[in-house]
Design a protein around this ligand. Structure first.
Ligand SMILES: Nc1ncnc2c1ncn2[C@@H]1O[C@H](COP(=O)(O)OP(=O)(O)OP(=O)(O)O)[C@@H](O)[C@H]1O
Ligand SMILES: [Mg+2]
Length: 264
């Protein structure tokens, strides 16, 4: 039965873009995260916070099937993208990673030109037309607030950019294939305050257009950019909700200790 527009609107209002259900990850039989369930509401920013080693990156990597590449990693549970499990047998992990982009702590541009970095995923996807490629590269660089700084040197090596520019380039590279979700694992922890501000402003601009999940060790950053916060502790999701509630009025004692600066 096909859905009417009204039914669809009603569903998407409550249905998160990505729903994580009873997610568990073990490495070589050792449980790293267990029984994690929460959603990423459409076109909002969810911050994943918690002490080092609590499983934040492990959860993030499960969302776009990056653990597929790690033989000792075992994932259980479901990750529903628009209601469909990304781990379902017929689903192509490459397509999952096109729809769910990832940006890492350390900017990792390829040793190629700025243009070729951004065009990379488009070419892998089969786009060959030069005019269209150029248009999509410009679109992604503008989206990542980098165009004005690099438009006159697209053919130069990406490795000649500053750390903050390299990170925005990695965001542009991720955005070029028009993902629906962007995962960011401590995207500013290697950057100075000015570069951090530029990335935060960018995340703020992307809000409303793309669904984001960002791991951060900075509670100040979570306060500045997050709509929702998920607090992890020892491999479990302890608390999840609107940022103001979790950060200012946590319900769990462990969350209170962390956001109050007593642990972590
Ligand atoms: N590839 C791996 N093989 C084995 N154990 C791993 C692997 N990756 C992570 N772990 C373990 O899983 C647990 C969770 O690690 P994870 O990197 O997800 O934590 P994190 O919350 O992201 O920490 P940090 O804030 O330091 O980045 C840790 O005990 C870690 O040692
Ligand atoms: Mg991590």
């Amino acid at each position: 039965m096909t859905e009417t527009a009204v039914e669809r609107a009603a569903r998407t209002e409550v249905e998160p873009k990505l729903r994580i259900e009873k997610l568990g990850v073990a490495y070589a039989g050792r449980v790293a995260v267990r029984d994690v369930s929460f959603g990423l509401p459409t076109n909002t920013v969810t911050a994943l916070i918690g002490p080092s080693g609590c499983g934040k990156s492990t959860v993030l990597r499960a969302l776009d099937r990056m653990h597929d590449e790690v033989p000792e990693a075992e994932v259980t549970g479901r990750v529903l993208l628009d209601g469909e499990d990304v781990y379902a047998p017929h689903v192509d992990p490459i397509e999952v990673r096109r729809r769910i982009g990832m940006v890492f702590q350390k900017a990792n541009p390829f040793p190629k030109s700025i243009f070729d970095n951004v065009a990379f995923g488009l070419r892998v996807g089969g786009l060959r037309n030069r005019t269209e490629l150029a248009a999509r590269v410009e679109e992604a660089l503008r989206h990542a607030a980098l165009w004005d700084e690099v438009s006159d040197r697209l053919g130069k090596s990406a490795l000649g950019l500053s750390g903050g520019q390299q990170q925005r380039l990695c965001i542009a590279r991720a955005l070029a294939v028009r993902p629906e979700i962007l995962l960011l694992d401590e995207p500013t922890s290697a950057l100075d305050p000015i570069a951090t501000e530029a990335i935060e402003a960018l995340i703020d601009r992307l809000r409303g257009e793309i669904t984001m999940a960002m791991v951060t060790h900075s509670l100040a950053q979570a306060r500045r950019v997050a709509d929702h916060v998920a607090f992890f502790y020892l491999g479990e999701l302890v608390e999840h909700g609107p940022a103001g509630e979790v950060l200012e009025h946590p319900r769990d004692e462990r969350t209170a200790a962390y956001v109050g600066g007593r642990v972590g």
